[in-house]
Design a protein around this ligand. Structure first.
Ligand code: GDP
Length: 179
């Protein structure tokens, strides 16, 4: 019931529940190697990585100049999601800084919309290589006005909470719009 696609910088999860025919597009953004594919695979895992890479390339072939594929895809993704998961690795400060950049780009692309965003610090199992503290992550989420959670895709820790959280946020906003 779910499908996702990813390239080096973006992953997409579409999810729908049996009681609800609507599909939600949840986009995972973040630096290469932070664990987007691993997280998406735990949640959906319907399509494998090769398909996903092809989907990314296919999207590029449909109209963007090859040199700008990733930029085009990223701009496109910034506009198509119902919700966003911005992932960094707690073992990689640069990916944490990149997450802030992505949040700013997202705000620019979707200025007036109140879209759910969760900031995710992944790879908490790599305790001794940690470069970003929980407090730094939490503080960043406060500044950027989004939810925050730390996960370990390797240990499947908090991954279920992450996806339940994003679905809850989408539903909350949907319900408040319908009232
Ligand atoms: P992506 O480029 O953001 O999609 O990152 P991937 O999901 O491909 O993960 C990059 C690498 O990090 C892979 O070797 C994963 O096995 C590894 N990885 C992902 N999540 C975790 C995690 O929570 N803990 C550890 N130790 N490794 C992880």
């Amino acid at each position: 019931r779910e499908s996702w696609a990813s390239d080096s910088s973006d992953s997409v999860i579409s999810s729908g529940s049996d009681s609800d025919s609507s599909l939600y597009k949840v986009i995972l953004l973040g630096e290469h190697g932070v664990g987007k594919t691993s997280l998406a695979r735990i949640f959906g895992g319907v399509e494998d990585c090769a398909d996903a890479e092809e989907a990314g390339e296919g999207a590029g072939r449909r109209g963007a100049p090859p040199a700008d594929d990733s930029q085009w895809l990223q701009n496109h993704c910034m506009k198509m999601g119902d919700a966003y998961i911005i992932v960094y690795s707690v073992t990689d400060k640069v990916s944490f800084e990149k997450a802030s950049e992505l949040r700013i780009q997202l705000r620019r692309a979707r200025q007036t919309e109140d879209i759910p965003i969760i900031l995710v610090g992944n790879k908490t199992d790599l305790v001794r290589s940690r470069e970003v503290s929980v407090d730094e992550g939490r503080a960043c989420a406060v500044v950027f006005d989004c939810k925050f959670i730390e996960t370990s895709a390797a240990l499947h820790h908090n991954v279920k909470d992450l996806f339940e959280g994003i679905v809850r946020q989408i539903r909350l906003r949907k319900d408040s719009k319908e009232d």
